[in-house]
Write a protein that binds this ligand. Sequence first.
Ligand SMILES: [Zn+2]
Length: 233
Amino acid sequence: MSPWYMLAVPIGAALGAGGALTNRVHTWDERLLWVLGGSLGAAPASYLYAALAGTGPLGGLAIYAATGILGVTLPPRLDARTRRDLWALSAVVKWLRSPLTTTFGVAAAIACRARGRPVDFQAGMIFVPAGKGASVLALGAVGWAQHGRFAGGCVARPLACHEAVHSRTVAAIGELGFYFTYVLVGAPWAVIQGADWNNLSRDGLGNPFEKTAHTFTGDPPVAVEARRRRLPA
Ligand SMILES: [Zn+2]
């Protein structure tokens, strides 16, 4: 095993642990998945950065680590504010951590605006309309919101905050680690516990990556209780 790869795993794990801390993740299973996602995603992300920057894997790892420190520390503070300039800075940090999904989403947002369709911007995320239905999918710093969730050209604040948690997970551990772990570990975890693959059950069980996000949308109510426990008044 080459030395840089042995460095990538603990660096990814540390970014996952740090991100769980700054984002006030309160359950052990979600913390575990942040750490796991960082561990799994650090090496492929380093290769991606190396390719984009025209450097070697060690240089790619240095970019992954440096942008990861920004991703752990800045978006949790910036997204909580209601200033668009701070949200824009947060979105840039998230884009650095998700060059594939956010670049794709920004291209879609530009195309939407060019056709005169509304695009929303909240909590360090761009929301683009995504056809009929009532689902929302966070891909990097871009949320794809279907018609039922895009009333009057914007998404509801609690929903924006929910999706922003996913974008901050991406900011901490990188897009590759997050989506691999969400689908390969979080989804079967949810199904075993009787929830949909990308959701929580009424008992608050399900995909661990959804637990902090659901405290903002309050579904199920146990998620709200979890927030009360971690944020004493
Ligand atoms: Zn979610």
